[in-house]
Design a binder for this molecule. Structure first.
Ligand code: AP5
Length: 215
């Protein structure tokens, strides 16, 4: 099964994708994670992407579609992909169709996380992750069960993303409205879109997504 999780920054795409990986063995293809890894490793792609990401703008279509193409075969082997943060433009949506066609695959569902943008600033600026394993937390909505200790791996170091400040978040949202929201009608015309209330608690959002995948 190949699904897209679509929604503005902070909508909960990464949170839901990680849960689906854990519970269903699907493969999460997050272009944001891939780009952050490239920046950290100082690869040519990372060097090109760093400033663009810190400004909250979109990295070029060619770069992100190449990253997805490189990882798609592994996703097939594991019974399906969750596209998290990709596609983000009409050109990326076309590139994804081609990549799937070439493999005899298709898109099964596009899950749109419907959210209130003002609440998202609060979600994003409160977000932090375990430096060792990447488990995600939030200052108010999801704290580690034991203070300063990661629930998943027991690590004690946590980090915040450089683009998780209010100014950059506003730019990321504007990019979403201008370039990403216009791809929804393409998938709506194909009958693939299911809208989910992304303002519900994390567990409830997950339950609705599960019902869609099993339905
Ligand atoms: P990317 O990493 O994709 O960031 P994003 O789309 O801005 O999304 P986020 O990761 O911020 O949010 P999310 O929806 O995953 O929310 P999360 O689950 O973490 O992209 C970063 C940058 O890379 C882009 O700006 C761009 O420069 C570049 N890039 C990436 N892909 C690209 C592409 N395809 N093309 C071009 N450029 C690209 O949740 C957020 C917080 O809220 C967490 O703390 C979580 O615990 C909490 N939370 C989640 N759900 C709920 C809930 N239901 N209730 C309460 N709290 C919740």
């Amino acid at each position: 099964m190949n699904i897209i999780l679509l929604g503005p920054p902070g909508a909960g795409k990464g949170t839901q994708a990680s849960r689906l990986v854990e519970e269903r063995g699907m493969v999460q293809l997050s272009t944001g994670d891939m780009l952050r890894a490239a920046v950290k490793a100082g690869t040519p792609v990372g060097l090109q992407a760093k400033a663009v990401m810190e400004a909250g703008e979109l990295v070029s279509d060619a770069i992100v579609s190449a990253l997805i193409g490189e990882r798609l075969d592994a996703a097939e082997a594991h019974g399906g992909a969750i596209f998290d943060g990709y596609p983000r433009t009409k050109a990326q949506a076309q590139a994804l169709d081609l990549l799937l066609d070439e493999r005899g695959e298709k898109l099964d569902l596009v899950i749109e996380l419907d959210v209130d943008e003002d609440a998202l600033v609060d979600r994003i600026t409160g977000r932090f992750t375990c430096a060792a394993c990447g488990e995600g937390y939030h200052d108010r909505y999801k704290l580690p069960r034991v203070q300063d200790t990661c629930d998943a791996c027991g690590g004690h170091e946590f980090k915040r993303r450089p683009d998780d400040n209010e100014e950059t978040v506003r730019t990321r949202m504007a990019e979403y409205r201008a370039k990403t929201a216009p791809i929804l009608p393409i998938y709506e015309a194909r009958g693939l879109v299911r809208r989910v209330d992304g303002m519900a608690p994390i567990g409830e959002v997950g339950a609705v997504i599960d019902a869609l995948l099993d339905g």
